[in-house]
Write a protein that binds this ligand. Sequence first.
Ligand code: URA
Length: 216
Amino acid sequence: MDTRLTILGTRPSYLNHLLYEMRDVTRQQDRMRFRMNLERTGEILAYEISRHLPYQPQPVTTPLGSLDIDLLDQQPVIISIMRAGLPLHQGFLRIFDQADNGFIAAYRHHTQGNEFIIKVEYMALPDITDRDLILVDPMIATGKSLVLSYQHLLDLGKPRRILIAGVIGSEEGVQYVLRNIPQAHIWVAALDHELTARSYIVPGLGDAGDLAFGPK
Ligand code: URA
């Protein structure tokens, strides 16, 4: 397994309960709970990623004395792919509460049959030059929207680090991302093995955007 890929769910933890509820065909119908579980997963992913960022000691004075505490040497930039990325993004912000933020609208435009191209239509982005960039995409199915989004981002600057977070990845999708973004590290809660002919992850959880916000 590539050392640039971390699958959090391989070591059992409470994260499995969140994955269970998001995957379960009945429980996932509760939209509020589904969004909340995406947010909670975002918090866990953000905390794990925070362990891989650089820190610098900073003095702090308490009522009884002083000490140094290691704090992030810079705030990350969190950029999410809409629409399903929105609740996950919210979870990231509960950990990285002073981060800069960006949003990209990337979607599948179906051409014929199961064929599609990814279209990027909207970007609201801060400067990413020399920043620690966290790209958030809940379902890394083919990896193509992530790679295309990253290519658009590179026109605006070169980040210092590129960290990618997803809830469920497919083997094919994460390999595609690792091949096309050689400096990327990826964190997913789970890695599934297959894609359907329409490039949905199997067993996956279905359409994360529809489950969070309703059918489009
Ligand atoms: N997007 C989703 O929401 N689910 C998938 O399985 C693939 C892409």
